[in-house]
Design a protein around this ligand. Structure first.
Ligand code: SF4
Length: 332
């Protein structure tokens, strides 16, 4: 089994709320509340959950765009969180991110050559000519023509811009690539092309991905394992096949219930009869519910759920669930 590349332990990210009119501190928005997971070299971990569940904040804490409130992020055994800025800068090339919006993430006033060249100038010891050759090679690698070097972002479609963003992320040979809703802003027909590109590049370059998305179908297609987040906490994690075949947490089951199925097998039909349709909105992370954070929306909630926080249980090898009703052996 491959070595662990990334280890996230007890990660918390709280944002202070400004003092109210009486001058009293306004508390905290608990965006991420004690998340643990690891990613092995060459693996893809998918992170799913509704908008505002904290999955993007996890990505930002890993790459260092946000300081962690508590817990740690370690790459190859070296703890990055809390590392002095100068040391952290030296390790910045190890983790790169591809963002959701290719229209906003590329500088419109720079050519494609300049956009891809910038991280190489900062992080790699290459001559101008070597960087130009590498830019051309990267463009070919992501399925674009090398003559595009001198063009500007506005001359490209959304899918092409995301390919340019991927080329820029790969320019410095990162160990880990975080794709944060990287295909969400694209047309459905283009989404599959870009996902296939991520897969091809992984096979070719041995990349490791953290793939963040609100779309379980997208994550299913690319991930080896999937983590499900709700209101800042990881509620379930398993290998992709296991999660889809034996989902345990009521929240995961509600996400699966919401996926439209064109050709329904008998097994899937049976599962759909037990489907969970969620009611209500996600509570505010500034004032999360006591006990299980999901209890205000969970159709299976009991009195205990409102009072006592559930512990994480391993229901099958590598399959963990945080719910009072899920014991060893899985299932509710
Ligand atoms: Fe639902 Fe209770 Fe399980 Fe939380 S602990 S998911 S409220 S059954």
């Amino acid at each position: 089994m491959a070595e662990k590349l990334l280890e996230v332990s007890g990660l918390k990210k709280y944002y202070p709320i400004k003092k109210n009119l009486l001058g009293k501190p306004g508390g905290y928005v608990q965006a991420v509340n004690g998340v643990d997971f690891s990613i092995r070299t060459g693996e893809t971990l998918g992170l799913v959950g509704e908008s505002g569940c904290g999955k993007s904040t996890v990505g930002k804490c890993i790459i260092g765009l946000e300081n962690v409130t508590e817990g740690s992020v370690a790459l190859d055994g070296v703890v990055l969180s809390g590392m002095p800025e100068r040391q952290r800068r030296k390790r910045r090339r190890d983790i790169q991110m591809v963002f959701q919006n290719p229209y906003a993430s590329l500088n419109q006033r720079r050519t494609i050559q300049q956009i891809i060249d910038e991280p190489m100038q900062v992080n790699l010891d290459l001559s101008r000519q070597e960087r130009l050759e590498r830019t051309r090679e990267l463009l070919r690698m992501v399925g674009l023509r090398e003559e595009y070097c001198s063009r500007y972002p506005h001359e490209f479609s959304g899918g092409q811009r995301q390919r340019i963003a991927i080329a820029r992320a790969l320019a410095v040979d990162p160990r880990l690539v975080i794709a944060d809703e990287a295909v969400s802003a694209l047309d459905v027909s283009i989404q599959s092309q870009v996902i296939n590109l991520f897969k091809e590049l992984q096979e070719k370059l041995g990349l490791t991905y953290l793939f963040i998305s609100h779309n379980l179908c997208v994550v299913k297609y690319i991930s080896d394992r999937i983590g499900v987040m709700y209101l800042g906490e990881m509620v379930e994690m398993a290998e992709t096949e296991e999660l889809f075949q034996h989902p345990c947490h009521p929240y995961t089951r509600s996400l699966l219930s919401a996926i439209p199925l064109p050709d329904v097998t008998e097994q899937e039909e049976a599962r759909r009869e037990n489907r969970i349709i969620l009611q209500g909105d996600v509570p505010s992370p500034a004032n999360p519910p006591e006990g299980c954070r999901f209890h205000t929306r969970c159709p299976l909630a009991t009195e205990r759920c409102a009072q006592e926080k559930p512990c994480r249980t391993e229901v099958a090898p590598g399959h963990t669930v945080t719910c009072h009703l899920c014991g060893k052996g899985g299932g509710i």
